[in-house]
Design a protein around this ligand. Structure first.
Ligand SMILES: [Zn+2]
Length: 350
């Protein structure tokens, strides 16, 4: 029996803390509505448990929220908020020194939510928010439109839009963990796009706003550097999507490349399973300036994905890669020597 994946959803604010208030809306009500709809959406999938930090209108401190998730041993912490301050659109956050897993989850969830929202993309960001800093699992925080912008508020007042926001979060989580739909349910309430006999109208019912998911034509998607990484991975015979989005599949495939190279170059005899466990950890080789080759490429890939620019993706451990390694070591409070030994590797891949 596989262990269930634990998904912790944190509707921001509550009780005496309404969050942002404007245009007749309160942030605490919207975050709870999205969280509940998200839980309901996820109930269509198997192999998971879902918990909310609150199921009703009550106050919880920030520390209490992460304590609940940490004690439960959640596999992901996702905090839902509504923005304020005069902007417009959608943005997500991970912690300033986020783990590579957090960044991978953010990349996928952000994209999936953007697909259904069709609003201004304010970007994938980092911040020293308490719930992101103190949660011991990959954690992301979403800011879903601006309550004090009339056009955003109008969308937030529409229950259909709220259900799409929830669906976007849900589809991101489904993609991150590769969840499978339960075979016995065909819950039509949660799946508005199931085929209905309606020959006169081919369009999807009430998809909010303009942006349609890309149908794979013309313009390549995502980050070109990440596409190079994905092409490199596929040169090993894997077949991950070259979509420029560095999600968990890309991370896992990179670890498989790492294992393959360790076997090839050092006869380590590792199982190529994409899991960074104790055996792979013990088999790692040190990398330092002037090293070159595909292990250095794997290093450059991880550095880039978590936000430290190693220069060109060329497998050469030159000045830019050294600078990136040193910045990473400084950020993680490791000894800053520019050498990628077991500690630095573990911090990068963990
Ligand atoms: Zn908030």
């Amino acid at each position: 029996m596989a262990k269930k994946i634990k998904i912790f959803i944190d509707p921001g604010h509550g009780g005496s803390d309404p969050g942002a208030v404007a245009n007749g809306l309160r942030e605490k009500d919207l975050t709870l509505a999205i969280a509940k709809a998200l839980k309901k959406y996820l109930e269509q999938f198997e192999g998971i448990e879902v918990r909310l930090s609150r199921e009703d209108d009550r106050f919880l401190s920030l520390a209490e929220r992460t304590r609940l998730a940490n004690e439960w041993g959640a596999d992901i912490f996702i905090s839902i908020h509504i923005n304020a301050g005069g902007g417009t659109g959608f943005e997500t956050f991970v912690f300033t020194n986020a783990s590579s897993k957090s960044v991978a989850y953010q990349n996928v969830i952000h994209e999936e939510i953007m697909k259904v929202m069709g609003v201004t993309d304010r970007g994938k960001k980092r911040a020293n928010f308490a719930v992101l800093r103190t949660s011991r699992m990959p954690a992301i925080l979403t800011e879903n439109l601006f309550i004090d912008r009339a056009s955003d508020a109008a969308k937030l007042k529409d229950p259909t839009f709220i259900s799409y926001v929830a669906k976007g979060h849900g589809e991101g989580i489904v993609k991150v963990f590769g969840l499978k739909r339960k075979s016995n349910t065909s819950s039509p309430a949660n799946k508005p796009t199931v085929s209905r006999p309606n020959p006169s109208n081919q369009s999807k019912p009430s998809q909010p706003a303009a942006s349609k998911p890309s149908t794979g034509n013309s313009k390549p998607s995502g980050d070109p550097y990440v596409r190079n990484i994905q092409q490199f991975v596929n040169s090993y015979g894997f077949s991950i999507a070259v979509d420029g989005i560095a999600g968990p599949k890309t991370m896992r495939a990179l670890i498989m490349v790492l294992q393959t190279e360790l076997n090839k170059q050092f006869a380590r005899g590792l199982t190529v399973d994409g899991i960074f466990g104790p055996r792979t950890r013990a088999a790692l080789a040190n990398l330092r300036a002037e090293t070159r080759g595909n292990l250095t490429r794997v290093l450059q890939a991880f550095l880039y994905i978590i936000g430290f620019n190693p220069g060109p993706f060329d497998g050469v451990f030159g000045d830019m890669t050294t600078t990136a390694v040193r910045s990473f070591q400084r950020a993680r409070r490791l000894s800053v020597d520019g050498i990628v030994g077991p500690q630095t590797w573990s911090a990068l891949l963990g």
